[in-house]
Design a protein around this ligand. Structure first.
Ligand SMILES: [Zn+2]
Length: 76
């Protein structure tokens, strides 16, 4: 078991805004997940305006880049 201080959490519970179902999901460490399909109602979720990924919008824990003080949203 490793417990480094700068290691972000990679699990977040996503709550579907449509059916309120919650699911524990893995987050990629260096990428953003823009789409998430709810296992319960099959709705395709996308991030809210201003959020970089579905974990930041609907998860209990924001995505790893944001946890480390960065943003994964890259300017065009
Ligand atoms: Zn749902």
């Amino acid at each position: 078991m490793q417990n480094k201080p700068n290691t972000p959490q990679i699990r977040s519970v996503i709550t579907c805004p449509h059916c309120k179902a919650a699911a524990l999901e893995h987050m990629p460490l260096d990428a953003c997940q823009w789409f998430y399909r709810c296992n319960s109602c099959n709705e395709l979720l996308t991030p809210k305006t201003g959020d970089c990924c579905v974990f930041c919008s609907y998860g209990t824990i924001p995505c790893p880049p944001v946890q480390l003080g960065d943003s994964c949203r890259k300017p065009a």
